[in-house]
Design a protein around this ligand. Sequence first.
Ligand SMILES: O=C[C@H](O)COP(=O)(O)O
Length: 228
Amino acid sequence: MKVPIILVNFKVYETSYGRRGLEMAKIVEKVALETSTEIIIAVPATMITRVAESVTIPVYAQHVDGVPEGAHTGAVTPELIKDAGAKGSLLNHSERRVRMDEMDDALKRMKKLGLESVICVDRYELVAPMALLKPTAVLVEPPELIGTGVSVSKARPEVITSAVDEIRKVQGVYLIAGAGITSGEDVYVAMKLGSDGVGAASAIMKAKEPQKVLLDFVNGAIRALEER
Ligand SMILES: O=C[C@H](O)COP(=O)(O)O
């Protein structure tokens, strides 16, 4: 994982799967290559192999289950996503919670498999406790702003600054901010407040011109880094 971190969560938007999902992955790859910036995409589990075989950017799962191998119908385990070609996964997104004991187990197995991990939390108070589990990054997102187009950078900047204070208590874990990130300015502000990057979904997945939006994001991130 490299700073600036830009993580595009495909969720299950209609642009996330099939031919359109593949096209979206290619668009993200194009922007990543053109700007020499790493952009991570978290795709539906059913798309991991197809996408990972088609693009050079890091492909993540959106969720993993901490259940052991064996009789667990429908589970998506760390071993399965690794085998499918994923480089990492989100864990505990507010739209896909994971029980604490399962998260701990999933994380241990992900580390063993060399997979990156992004634990999502819905409030800054959970940043340090989750960072102590030593994921690659913690993603803080106020759930009420997710998908609204009203960014955490503008509406709840104190969430980012408090989360930055929390992540500093633990060495070697990145902090990502998300929820409602819509423009390069939102990315710029999130990073100026001290985050290592952003997570975003709707602004890109629902955009008429996702390439333009993403390019704006990357430019905002680069501008913030240059001013550090
Ligand atoms: O993982 C991504 C977040 O839930 C942000 O979603 P959003 O950009 O649609 O607000």
